[in-house]
Design a protein around this ligand. Structure first.
Ligand SMILES: Cc1ncc(C[n+]2csc(CCOP(=O)(O)OP(=O)(O)O)c2C)c(N)n1
Ligand SMILES: [Mg+2]
Length: 379
């Protein structure tokens, strides 16, 4: 049974369990009202987007989905601690942070469909977001590889004298990857302005955190790399913001990297290809469902007078309408043209790739477009 607290290990917590207020022992900062509302909006947007995307996947209209359900406070509380000029290297579940930073919902949905308006031109798996305008870097799927990229980018910014901080997100499973070690090692030695944010959701597909590392606290790993590490209640948006903010400010002051571990739980499957009932105890899932980060922050906003029934309904309606409009539009757009297949990879596509495109165009011209699978997923 995975629980939130690790005996003997300090845990950053700001909000009461029921969100009714700040804990009596909380002495850290609290986000201003605008930031609290921004975080709540982002959390609700991610919840509604994931819900809709999963339904579309079940209907065969989107190929793959990896949800952030249950992890919204960790993702959006931490992302709110960054500035627009900062950069984000994400894993599978942090795409909502790109929206929080200004990526249009329509662009998010276009990517999920991999259609002609997808900025990755349909070449990425869904949930592998990129958005240049908001400094959100594409991910390769290979667990942990984004972390050396994050450390390297941070080193580059420091050498150029640019006051940017880099956030490198990963999961609990990724902390056992070589990328994690290389990135934290380099960043520690170089005092790179990077914050490593672990969204510890308890599972790496079917492997529980306790089976992939003998370390009780993932944050304790920071010590070996000469940086501070902190374990945080990842379902507490205020604590996630405050802990990440402290690390971001430290990095911006030139004092080097930090490791922030946001302890939460993946409420749904690893992805739309997974059936978590095969390997998880339903009691454990139910326990974490009772700790849903959304109602917790909602209660806090209500207690602060920042939200009431009418405002919540209006927000829900607004987001749902934006998602619905983006989905309707995305379905009308169609796939990227075959002609774009090898664009953007080389300044001049090598001959063997050009030959493949020519061959694909010939097959299309002879046999027509690929068959409409009427909702069936081909793999
Ligand atoms: C190097 C590598 N090994 C294995 C995989 C297969 N794989 C995909 S997701 C995943 C688990 C990742 O777990 P975690 O880091 O906790 O992230 P989460 O999916 O829970 O957010 C694995 C092992 C991979 N993509 N890359
Ligand atoms: Mg995980």
């Amino acid at each position: 049974m995975r629980t939130l607290e690790i005996p003997g290990v300090p845990l950053v917590q700001a909000l009461e369990e029921d969100g009714s207020g700040l804990r009596a022992d909380w002495s850290g900062p609290t986000p201003d009202d605008a930031t609290l509302l921004e975080v709540f909006r982002a959390m609700l947007t991610t919840r509604l987007l994931d819900d809709r995307m999963l339904k579309l996947q079940r209907q065969g209209r989107v190929a793959f989905v990896g949800t952030a359900t249950g992890l919204e406070a960790a993702i959006h509380g931490s992302a709110a601690a960054l500035e627009p000029e900062d950069w984000v290297f994400s894993g599978l579940r942090e795409g909502g942070a790109a929206v929080q930073r200004g990526m249009p919902i329509a662009e998010y949905v276009a990517h999920m469909f991999g259609n002609a308006e997808d900025t990755a031109k349909g070449r990425q798996m869904p949930n592998h977001f990129q958005c240049k305008e908001v400094n959100f870097v594409s991910w390769s799927s290979v667990i942990g590889t984004q972390l050396p990229h994050a450390a390297g980018a941070a080193m580059a910014f420091r050498r150029r004298g640019e006051p940017r901080v880099v956030a490198g997100y990963c999961g609990d499973g990724a902390t056992s990857s070589t990328g994690f070690h290389s990135a934290l090692n380099f960043a520690g030695v170089e005092k790179a302005p990077v914050v490593f944010v672990v969204v510890d959701n308890g599972w790496a597909i079917s492997v529980p955190a306790a089976r992939q590392t003998a370390a009780r606290s993932l944050a304790a790993k920071a010590r070996a790399y000469g940086m501070p590490g902190v374990d945080v209640d990842g379902n507490d948006a205020v604590a996630c913001w405050a802990a990440t903010r402290e690390a971001v400010e430290r990095a911006r002051r030139g004092e080097g990297p930090s490791l922030v571990v946001l302890r939460s739980y993946r409420l749904l499957g690893h992805s739309s290809s997974d059936d978590p009932t095969r390997y998880r105890d339903p009691e454990e899932v139910a326990w974490w469902e009772g700790r849903d980060p959304l109602p917790r922050l909602e209660a806090f906003l209500r207690a602060r007078g920042l939200l009431d029934d009418a405002a919540l309904q209006a927000l829900r309606d607004e987001i749902a309408a934006a998602v619905a409009a983006a989905v309707d539009h995305a379905e009308a757009v169609g796939p990227p043209p075959l002609e774009t297949l090898v664009e953007d990879v080389y300044a001049e596509p090598p001959r063997h790739l050009t030959r493949q495109v020519v061959e694909a165009l010939r097959v299309r011209d002879e046999h027509g477009e690929a068959a409409d699978l009427e909702g069936r997923f081909p793999l």
